[in-house]
Design a protein around this ligand. Structure first.
Ligand code: 3HC
Length: 284
């Protein structure tokens, strides 16, 4: 199957980036949000990121215009998915929200439509089982900032069939991304490896081993990471990090994934990182 039209559900940090890359690479995109103000915010972020690309001479004004013209906004899931070849869901990491979204999508999407979730840690097998077509359900895990990061971690659920995998792999290449297949397991590969590092960095700060700045310097200058783990935790969102550690902890029942007490306290205090203006660092 040749995917031409996609629906992206959710226009937050990940969703607007996903809509951006699909539209920029020739796909027609239905961007679905719950309220017009959220949709407007998503479109203005996409516009800003396209402006940044024009300034860096990665694309020209014509490409920016055609990208924006390829995105249509919908406030109703049934309307937005009724004629698409693929759905990519990027709503908050909450099973109740995802369940409600996937039930609506399942009822309204055409039979041939492939279902992809950008979940960072919820089981693909479990989400697939909410629908009547688990063989067409797959994880399509993008990385922030989506227009920049090359990886799509493609997560196969227990029932995902080979045809679905092949279409999603091909589609990811058309987005100029590098698809890497993994099987469904808590945290997949990316977050199973990344989150313990971030958590351990937070333990170091909490135990007074080093300041956040110095932990980050060690990892940037000693390991050539583009961002230190604490700056990255702020960028991802401390609440998201805590949620993912919870999934790892529950999924493996292994104490090595217990969240650092300082992480729990910061989330309780509402210091969630970039999005709230403060985490391990302060932001304007
Ligand atoms: N849209 C388009 N372009 C963007 C962009 C965006 N949102 N954000 C940055 N860029 C571009 C810039 O224009 C710049 O382009 P250039 O190379 O042509 O100059 C390039 O990206 C680098 O940006 P900056 O110069 O502004 O800043 P940095 O060099 O500090 O890079 C960064 C910023 C790309 C974010 C880099 O620090 C980085 O790679 N950090 C690590 C990010 C990471 O690990 N992401 C994964 C998070 S985990 C995740 O998402 C999974 C989830 O499940 C938790």
């Amino acid at each position: 199957m040749d995917v031409k039209k996609v629906a992206v559900i959710g226009g937050g940090t990940m969703g607007n980036g996903i809509a951006h890359v699909f539209a920029m690479n020739g796909f027609s995109v239905n961007l679905i949000e719950t309220k017009q103000e959220f949709a407007d915010r998503a479109m203005s972020t996409i516009q800003k990121n396209l402006d940044r690309m024009v300034k860096k001479e990665k694309i020209d004004e014509g490409k920016k215009k055609s990208t924006l013209d390829s995105i249509s906004v919908f406030l109703d899931i049934s309307e937005g998915v009724k004629d698409v070849d693929m759905v990519v869901e990027a709503v908050p990491e909450n099973l109740d929200i995802k369940t409600s979204v996937w039930k609506q999508v399942d009822e309204a999407a055409p039979d041939h439509t492939i279902f992809g979730s950008n979940t960072s840690s919820i089981s693909i097998t479990k989400l697939a089982a909410l629908t009547s077509r688990p063989e067409k359900f797959i994880g399509m895990h993008f990385f922030n900032p989506v227009p920049v990061m090359k990886l799509v971690e493609i997560v196969r659920g227990l029932q995902t069939d080979d045809d679905t995998y092949d279409v999603v792999e091909e589609t990811s290449k058309k987005l100029q991304k590098v698809p890497v297949p993994v099987n469904d397991a808590p945290g997949f590969v990316s977050n199973r490896v990344l989150m313990p590092m971030i958590n351990e960095a937070i333990f170091c700060v909490g135990e007074g081993v080093a300041t956040a700045e110095n932990v980050d310097e060690v990892m940037k200058l000693g390991m050539a990471h583009p961002m230190g783990p604490l700056r990255l935790a702020d960028f991802i969102g401390l609440d998201v990090c805590l949620d993912i550690l919870g999934v790892l902890y529950e999924g493996f029942k292994d104490p090595k994934y217990r969240p650092a007490p300082l992480l729990v306290k910061m989330v309780d205090a509402g210091k969630l990182g970039n999005k709230t203006g403060e985490g391990f660092y302060k932001y304007d």
